[in-house]
Ligand binder design. Structure first.
Ligand code: ADP
Ligand code: MG
Length: 255
C-alpha cells in the first residue's frame, strides 16, 4: 500500500473484497444465505459466530476453495467466476492460514516458505530464498530456517505457515481459526505476528474466537449465525451494544 492510501480513512479506500448476495448449498444444506460484505483495502474484519454457522465455508469461498451457487464475489476487482484463469489470479492475491499448519514435514522451514513462489511465481531460487529469509525474520524465527517442521513448536509452525502465505505477496490474508489448535502459551506469539501484519496495512479477514484480538485489531466485526450475517459493526458497537438477540446470546457464551 502506498503512503497516500495509508493516510486515507477507510471510507475513502478501494474495496478489496466485494461480496454481493452470496448463497451456497452443500446438497440440501443452505450454508450461506444472501451474504453481503465489502472489505476495504487495509481493513481488518474479524468473523465471529457459533460452530457450524458457515464461517469457514465463507472464507474458503473467497479463495475459490469452495464453489458457490448464487451471488457475486470480486477480489481486487477480479470477478470470481468458474473461469480457471480468474481462480488462479485470485489465488495469487489471497494468502490463507488454517487451523492446521499443513507444512511439508520432509522439507526444511526455508523450503516450505520458498516452494510456492518458485512454482507459481516462477521465481529463481536465489530470489525465493532471500525473500523467505526476510519473511522468517518478520515472523520472528529466522534461526529456525534449516530445521524441519517436527522440530518446531505449534506456535512456531503457525508462524511459518503465515510466512509461507506471505511469500506469495498476497494483497489479502485470510485466517481460519489460526490459534485454535495451539496450546494457550503459544497463542500470543501468533496473534502478535497477525497484529503486526494488520498494522502494516494488510487487508485481512480473520475467523477467530480470540476476543481481545478482535477488540484490539478489528476495524469491523461480523457475526455469522446459521449462514447469515446477523450483525456487523465496529468492535465497540458490537461488543457494548449488540443489536441482535443472537449476537447477545453468542457474546454471553464466550465473554
Ligand atoms: P464454521 O466454520 O462456522 O464452524 P462451516 O463453514 O465449517 O462452519 O460449516 C457450515 C455448515 O456447513 C455446517 O453445517 C457444516 O456441517 C456444513 N459443511 C461444511 N463443509 C461441508 C462439506 N464439505 N460438505 C457438507 N457439509 C459441509
Ligand atoms: Mg470453521
Amino acid at each position: 500500500m502506498s503512503m497516500q492510501d495509508e493516510a486515507k480513512p477507510l471510507q475513502g479506500r478501494e474495496d478489496m473484497i466485494e461480496v454481493i448476495g452470496l448463497n451456497k448449498w452443500f446438497g440440501n444444506l443452505h450454508v450461506l444465505k444472501d451474504v453481503d460484505l465489502n472489505v476495504k483495502q487495509g481493513e481488518v474484519v474479524v468473523v465471529l459466530g457459533p460452530s457450524g454457522s458457515g464461517k469457514s465455508t465463507f472464507i474458503r469461498t473467497l479463495n475459490a476453495l469452495e464453489e458457490f451457487q448464487k451471488g457475486e464475489i470480486h477480489i481486487d476487482g477480479i470477478n470470481l467466476s468458474n473461469d480457471v484463469a480468474n481462480i488462479e489470479a485470485i489465488r495469487k492475491e489471497t494468502g490463507m492460514v488454517f487451523q492446521q499448519f499443513n507444512l511439508f514435514p520432509h522439507m526444511t522451514i526455508l523450503r516450505n516458505v520458498m516452494l510456492a513462489p518458485i512454482w507459481v511465481r516462477k521465481w529463481k531460487k536465489d530470489k525465493a530464498e532471500k525473500i523467505a529469509f526476510e519473511l522468517l525474520e518478520r515472523v520472528g524465527i529466522p534461526e529456525q530456517a534449516h530445521k524441519y517442521p517436527g522440530q518446531l513448536s505449534g506456535g512456531q509452525q503457525q508462524r511459518v505457515a503465515i510466512a509461507r502465505a506471505l511469500a506469495m505477496q498476497p494483497k489479502i490474508m485470510l485466517f481460519d481459526e489460526p490459534t485454535s489448535a495451539l496450546d494457550p502459551e503459544m497463542i500470543k506469539e501468533v496473534l502478535d505476528v497477525m497484529k503486526t501484519l494488520a498494522r502494516s496495512g494488510m487487508t485481512m479477514v480473520v475467523v477467530t474466537h480470540e476476543m481481545s484480538f478482535a477488540r484490539e485489531v478489528a476495524d469491523r466485526i461480523v457475526l455469522f449465525d446459521y449462514g447469515e450475517i446477523v450483525e456487523m459493526g465496529e468492535p465497540n458497537e458490537v461488543f457494548e451494544n449488540p443489536k441482535h438477540e443472537r449476537t447477545k446470546a453468542f457474546l454471553s457464551q464466550i465473554l
